[in-house]
Design a protein around this ligand. Sequence first.
Ligand code: CA
Ligand code: ZN
Length: 294
Amino acid sequence: MIDQVVYTFSAKNAPTETVSSGATVVLRTMDCFSNQIKSSDQLVTSIDFDHINPATGPVYVESAMPGDVLKVEILDVTVDSAGTTTTLPDNGPLFENVETRTKIIRIKDNIASFNDVTFPIDPMIGVIGVAPCDKEVPCGYPGNHGGNMDNHLIKKGATLYFPVQVEGALFQCGDIHAVMGDCELCGTGLEIAGIITVKLTVIKEFKLGWPLLETADKWFSIASAPDYNTALKNVSLEMQDLICRTYGWDKTDAYLYMSIQGDVEICQACQPCLVDMILRLGIPKQDGRPLIQS
Ligand code: CA
Ligand code: ZN
């Protein structure tokens, strides 16, 4: 099992393992605080912020070259028996009227307990992606390499497709949330350590501008930006381009179709926040019309 962590997405990170295309890898991940918070009297303001948002890896995938796509099938996500949630100073719409507070939340038989209510967990991966080619991005930030997308549909059974930007792709992931709502309002989910099992496959020579997500019934483009208008443009342009190329339609028809069949949803947008907001745009799967051939 791979358990080495890094704190950036970067071509400079030394691979912890080299695998061939089609390999299944198992990664042990820490929570987004590098497991520093152990009890509810430990505030987030007391931890070492040089060591937050660790990702496990990177994994070098043989034959992956810039211009290819890395297909990542999420085979399993399991979590530990307790997680942490905390408010963050200056983060989210209500930071001015709340305290900085840590809650340790116990999980038993896939049910989490919060005060006097309980709810099922639905584990998802917050940070997942490949190395960008021209910069080093801290794991807490999103981008066209993936990174901190905080998209609650990135979970067991889903498949991600990333534009490979460096030789070997350098795949890594971390920041599991046992459960999280769209937007991640206060800036944290139910942050938890766990184990991620993925299958990594190279798809040769397919152009992607941003990560693509495949679920049981939809295709989603995922994109980010500091503001809503730019994020919306990025996520829409990517889906328009994919529809034009794979459906053979022109840009106007793609735009019309996206308006009547596409849903734009918020992944993470807990403004004010230092991190860019992330949106996803989903269209229904159509038989015989995959947005990417694998
Ligand atoms: Ca996150
Ligand atoms: Zn997180």
